[in-house]
Ligand binder design. Sequence first.
Ligand code: NBP
Length: 484
Amino acid sequence: RKAQIGVTGLAVMGANLARNLARNGYTVALHNRSSEKTDALLEAHGSEGDFIRTETLQELVDSLESPRRILVMVKAGGPVDAVIDQLVPLLDKDDIIIDGGNSHFPDTIRREKDLAEKGLHFVGVGVSGGEEGALNGPSIMPGGSAKSYESVGPMLEKIAAKAEDGSPCCAWISTDGAGHFVKMVHNGIEYADMQVIGEAYDLMRSVANIEPAEQAEIFKQWNTTELSSYLIEITAEVLAQVDSKTGKPFIDVIVDQAGQKGTGRWTVQSALDLGAPITGIAESVFARALSSSNSAAREQAQKGFTDGLIATTGVATADPEFVEDVRRALFASKLVSYAQGMDMLSIAGKEYGWDLKLDTIASLWREGCIIRAELLAEIMEAYKDEAPANMLLAPAFNKLMEELVPSWRRVISKAVALGIPVPVFSSSLAYYDALRRDRLPAALIQGQRDYFGAHTYKRVDAEGDYHVMWSDDLREVNAEDAHV
Ligand code: NBP
C-alpha cells in the first residue's frame, strides 16, 4: 500500500496534523530526523488511523503515491531549507512539498521559485490554531500555484476547522508566499487583539478596582456580546486562575514582560516596507518590547517619574458604566486592528501581484485560529460584494463605530489623566480620527519637506507639483519648470 501524504517533522504540530490527516481517513507516512518522535507517535496514537513508519527520507518518498505530497513541519528557517535540499534529489516532476510551518513569506516566495524551476511544486501554508487546532481542525491558509491546490486542497479542507455554516476554514489564498503572508498578518492582528484585552484588564483593575476573579466573570459575560471570541474566552480562564503556591491571583505571580516569537515583528517590518499604516498592530508589538527590553529602565522610572497625576480615579469600585465604556473602547480598538490588517492585505495584494479575496480570508479566520471571533462573519459580509475603501467604512461598521466612539474617548481621557498607558486604545483612536479629519497637518510636513529638501508639494487648487524658492525670492514655481 502507498500513503496519500507524508509528514516529516513530528514535533507537536507535525504529529497533530499527521493524526488529524489519519483520523480523516488518509494513509499517512511518518518521518522525523530522529526516529524517536516517530516511534513515540506510533506508540501513543498508532491506532487512530493508517500510518506508515519510515526512517529515512528515501523511505518516506518511496512510500508515497504519485504525484507525492510531503508536508514539512520542521522548525522555520534553516531547517526547512535543509529538508528541501535533501528531498529534491529524491523527488520526481510534479511532486509537491508543503511547508506548514511559520515560514517568513519572502522565504516562501524564494523556495517556490527555486522548486518551480526544478519542475516541483512548493506550497507555503499558514496554519493557525496551535497544537489543539492542528489536531482537531486548524485554520489553513495555503499559497502556491492553483494547480498544486487541486491536489492538496481537498485534503487540507478536510482537516481544517469548519465554520458555523459548515464551510472549511481553508481556501486557496493566492500564489507563492500569499498563504504565509496572510498567516503573518493574522498573527499581527492577534498581537493587537491580545494587547487591547490587556489594556481593558489594566483599566478595570487600576481605575475601577476590579480584582481578577471578578474580571473573569466580566470577560465571561463579554463573551456573550459582540466581543465573543476565543481570546476573550481564554482571558476569563486565565483571570479566574488562582496560584496554587501563594493563593494569589495567578496573574499577579506572572512576570509582566511579554515574549514574542517574531511573527508580529515581521508584520510590522513588512508594513513599513509596504507603507501600510497598521499603527495599532505596531503599538502592540512595541508594547511587548517595552515591557521586556529594558527592565532596569522600568525599575528606575517607577521611582524617578513622579509627575503630578490626579490622586483619585473618580470612578466608583466596579462602576458598571465605566465597565461598559471599557468594553466599547475595547471593541472599537479591536475593529481598528482588523481594519488595519485588512488594509495591509489589500496593499500587499497589489504590491506582490496576489489576487487576495478579503471576504474569503475573513471567512478562514472564523474558526480554528487564535483570532477566531463572531466578528469575522461580519467582516466577511463587509467585503462580500464591493470592498469598502476601509473596513470601518462598510455601513455596518460605520454605524457601530459611531455608537462606540463616545465611550472610547471617555476611557482614553481617563487613562491619560491617570497615567495608565493604553497604547493600542489610543493609537487606534488616533487612526480613526486621522481618517475622518478634513485637514491633516501632513500639509505642513509637505511645506517643511519642500523648504529643506525641495521635495515639492501639490496644491489644493491646481494640478502638478510645485516648489517655493525658499532661499531666494519666495516665488512659487512649477516643479517641472524649475527642474526640482
Ligand atoms: P519545532 O518548531 O519545535 O521544530 C521541531 C522539529 O523540527 C523536530 O521534528 C525536529 O527534528 C525538526 N528539525 C529541526 Br529543529 N532541525 C531540523 C533539520 N535540520 N532537519 C530536519 N528536521 C529538523 O516544532 P513545532 O512546534 O511542532 O512547529 C513546527 C512548525 O509549525 C514551526 O514552523 C512553528 O513555528 C509552526 N507553528 C507552530 C505552532 C505552535 O503552536 N507550536 C503553531 C503554528 C505554527 P528532531 O526531532 O530530529 O529534532
